[in-house]
Design a protein around this ligand. Structure first.
Ligand code: AMP
Length: 335
C-alpha cells in the first residue's frame, strides 16, 4: 500500500496488528479461498464481501477465490454480481480459507459450508455471539461498517494494491451502513478510510446513482407506507406489510424494510420499524427492522429473536398478536 497512510488509519490498526498479521499470512498461505457474509444481505455485507474478493483477485491472481450467499432482491444484479454457486465437492476436505465478514453468529452466515474450512478469518462490527474464527478475528463494535475495518486491514497491508474496483466495493459498504455518513457510528476514522478509498479514483457519481436508484413502482410503496403508518404514545412509528399488500405493491418480503428510514428525521419520532410478513414455510414470521435516533434498541431486538446495533437492529414476531407487546417494549424506552 501507500508509503504514508494518515495517522487515523495507522493508529486504528495498532491494537489489532497481531490479528492483521495472521490474516495476511492466511491469505498468502491458502490457494483456495471463499468469502462469506450474512444472509439477507445489505450494502455492507455485499460490499465488504466483494471488496475482499476483488482485493485477493488483484493481488494474488494465481489463487482461486470465490464469494457465496443469497442474492439481494434488488441490488443483484444492478449493483452486485450474482453470487457463485459452488458445489459441495469444492468444500470437501476443508482445504480452503474461509473469510467471514459482517456477521456475528453462526446461524446468520449465508452458507454453512464455511464450517469445513481448515482456517477461518472473521472481520465484523456486530456483537460477537459466537466464536466463528477463534484463530483470527477482528471485531470492532464501534466501527460504522464491516467495510471500514476491512478497508483498514487492506490499506495497512504493505506492498499490496487496493484497486479502484475493490475500493468502490468497500466504499459502498461504508456508505450503506453509516447511513451515508449520518449515523452516530461515523467517526474520524470512517472519513479517513473513505478518503483513501476515494483517492483510488472510482466514479463517485455513478456509484451513488447505482446504489440509490429507485423504480416508479417503489414510489407506490412509499405512498402506501406514508398513508398507513402508526405512531405509539412515546414516538415509535411503524408500518405493517402483510403478504397481500406486498403482492399488491409488487414487492418481496425482503423489500419491506426499504422505506423504514422515511421516519429518520421526524420530530417526536424516536424509533421506527417496518413489520413485514415473511411466508417462508421454513420460518414463517413477521420480520421487523428497527431503527433509532439515539436510544440503544439492540437489547429489545435480542429479546425478540434478533440483534444488531444500537441504532439499527432486526427482530421477528411469530404473529401479529405479539405486535402490541413488541411495540410496548420499545415505547417503554421513552415512557
Ligand atoms: P435489518 O433491519 O435487517 O437491515 O438489520 C439491521 C441490522 O441488524 C443489520 O446490521 C443486521 O445485520 C442486524 N440484524 C438483523 N437481524 C438480526 C438478527 N436476527 N441477529 C443479529 N443481527 C441482526
Amino acid at each position: 500500500m501507500k508509503e504514508k497512510l494518515p495517522k487515523e488509519i495507522t493508529e486504528y490498526a495498532k491494537p489489532y496488528l497481531k490479528e492483521y498479521r495472521k490474516i495476511y499470512k492466511a491469505i498468502e498461505r491458502y490457494d483456495r479461498i471463499c468469502v462469506f457474509r450474512h444472509m439477507k444481505p445489505d450494502f455492507d455485507a455485499m460490499g465488504t464481501q466483494m471488496g475482499v474478493y476483488q482485493f485477493i483477485k488483484d493481488n494474488f491472481p494465481e489463487k482461486e477465490v470465490h464469494f457465496v450467499g443469497d442474492n439481494h432482491v434488488s441490488f443483484t444484479p444492478r449493483l452486485f454480481p450474482e453470487t457463485e454457486s459452488l458445489n459441495n465437492e469444492w468444500f470437501k476436505g476443508g482445504n480452503f480459507l474461509a473469510i467471514v465478514v459482517d456477521v456475528g453468529d453462526h446461524e446468520r452466515i449465508a452458507d454453512p459450508r464455511y464450517k469445513h474450512a481448515k482456517y477461518k478469518i472473521k472481520i465484523d462490527h456486530h456483537p460477537c455471539k459466537a466464536e466463528i474464527a477463534p484463530r483470527a478475528t477482528v471485531c470492532d463494535k464501534e466501527a460504522a461498517a464491516a467495510g471500514e475495518i476491512v478497508a483498514n486491514i487492506l490499506l495497512n497491508w504493505k506492498g499490496k494494491t487496493l484497486s479502484k474496483e475493490a475500493a468502490r466495493w468497500l466504499y459502498i459498504a461504508i456508505v450503506g451502513d453509516s447511513g451515508r455518513f449520518m449515523f452516530g457510528s461515523t467517526s474520524v476514522h470512517t472519513f479517513a478510510v473513505a478518503e483513501e478509498l476515494l483517492r483510488t479514483g472510482f466514479d463517485l457519481r455513478e456509484t451513488y446513482l447505482t446504489m440509490y436508484e429507485k423504480t416508479v413502482d417503489s414510489l407506490k410503496s412509499q405512498a402506501y407506507v406514508l398513508s398507513h403508518f402508526q405512531v405509539s404514545p412515546h414516538g415509535v412509528a411503524y408500518y405493517i406489510l402483510p403478504k397481500n399488500v406486498q403482492d399488491e405493491l409488487k414487492i418481496t418480503s425482503e423489500q419491506g424494510k426499504e422505506n423504514v428510514n422515511m421516519f429518520s428525521n421526524i420530530a417526536g419520532i424516536n424509533v421506527w420499524c417496518s413489520i413485514t410478513e415473511d411466508c417462508n414455510p421454513k420460518d414463517y414470521c413477521w420480520r421487523i427492522s428497527i431503527r433509532s435516533k439515539k436510544e440503544d434498541i439492540s437489547p429489545i431486538a435480542f429479546k425478540w429473536g434478533g440483534g444488531g446495533h444500537a441504532q439499527a437492529s432486526g427482530a421477528k414476531i411469530a404473529n401479529l398478536d405479539e405486535l402490541d407487546a413488541f411495540i410496548k417494549d420499545l415505547d417503554d424506552l421513552f415512557a
